[in-house]
Write a new protein. Structure first.
Length: 324
């Protein structure tokens, strides 16, 4: 039987392109003429595709999605809900069976798992359970450099630096931070990068960094504490959900936004443009993160790839009414 390499050589394209064309990868953008040539060569060389082999055994791929948080967090932060929606939509499109698991818990009775999607950083105990099920593993919203896993992530450190640069260019000399953390022993990447880069630029001090969880109620409480003292007049907030609570606290204090205090948050959830004033925020394509992670996991499961691929989804600063 012919190999993918033989088809790629004769078609004059890459091995990856041949694999994705023959397995009908929906995310691939290639000319119809190229597709037709690849199929003609494959037919001539009597190549049997992965789909045809799977059809003969009637095997449907089964992925497990392991979330590192409680499910009710999705109610308070649409960012996580959007990631899950991206996963579910792409699995449905590709006819992949999907099982969910929250709080990093893995059912010991699970069998015949073809791949695992890990949403957020996982404990070593969870990783050991996952590796016992399959070697096909893809992270979402976290990159693990200690393991050979694929990942789809956001460059949060770059976002923190971008926000600081924006504020300093506007003439602000003191910038505060209100954020959260997923686990007690692991500070958020946004906070780490904000503190390091802000101190380097001499616009951030430890006293202006406030940390709770990623809910609106946490943002409200932290902002109340901050506003009772000597507060900065520019704020970077780790998520839109936190920012909604911060906005309420600022309004109750009688301060004007952005004249008295400016703020930028992260995610650009659907309600960000409808707050008062509307939130300046960094847009993250969270649903795309979920769908692309499914594509990566499918690619790894289908082709037996062992070299990890790490994807960073782009972000964009959306300026609205909470900044000048």
């Amino acid at each position: 039987m012919a190999t993918l390499k033989e088809i790629a050589t004769e078609a004059g394209v890459s091995l990856a392109t041949v694999s994705r064309v023959l397995n009908d990868d929906p995310s691939l953008s290639v000319k119809e003429e190229t597709k037709r040539r690849i199929f003609e060569i494959a037919e001539k060389l009597e190549y049997k595709t992965t789909q045809s082999r799977k059809a003969s055994t009637k095997h449907r791929l089964h992925f497990l999605a392991v979330f590192n948080y409680k499910q009710d967090i999705e109610v308070n932060d649409p960012y996580y809900l959007s990631i899950r929606h991206g996963i579910e939509t792409q699995c449905e499109k590709l006819a992949i069976q999907l099982t969910h698991s929250y709080e990093g818990k893995v059912d010991g009775k699970l069998k015949n798992i073809d791949g695992v999607l890990l949403v957020g950083r996982q404990s070593e105990q969870t990783l050991e359970q996952i590796k016992a099920l399959t070697s096909n593993i893809t992270y979402i919203d976290y990159t693990d450099f200690d393991h050979e896993f694929d990942s789809v992530d956001i460059d949060l450190a770059r976002i923190s630096k971008e926000v600081i640069n924006f504020f300093t260019e506007q003439g602000y000399s003191r910038i505060g931070f209100i954020g959260g953390q997923d686990s007690i022993d692991q500070p958020d990447i946004r906070e780490i990068a904000f503190a390091e880069y802000g101190q380097l630029k001499q616009v951030v001090s430890e006293q202006d960094i406030y940390r709770g969880d990623f809910s609106s109620s946490s943002g409200y409480k932290l902002a109340k504490v901050m506003l009772d003292g000597d507060y900065p007049n520019a704020l970077f907030i780790a998520s839109d959900s936190i920012a909604i609570g911060v906005l309420r606290a600022i309004h109750e204090k009688g301060l004007r936004i952005p004249e008295d205090i400016s703020l930028i948050s992260v995610n650009d959830i659907p309600t960000a443009k409808f707050t008062f004033p509307s939130l300046s925020t960094v847009k993250i394509h969270s649903e795309l993160m979920g769908s692309q992670a499914v594509n990566l996991l499918l690619d790894r499961s289908r082709d037996g790839r062992v070299i990890p691929i790490r994807v960073y989804v782009p972000s964009k600063l959306k300026l609205r009414d909470t900044t000048k």
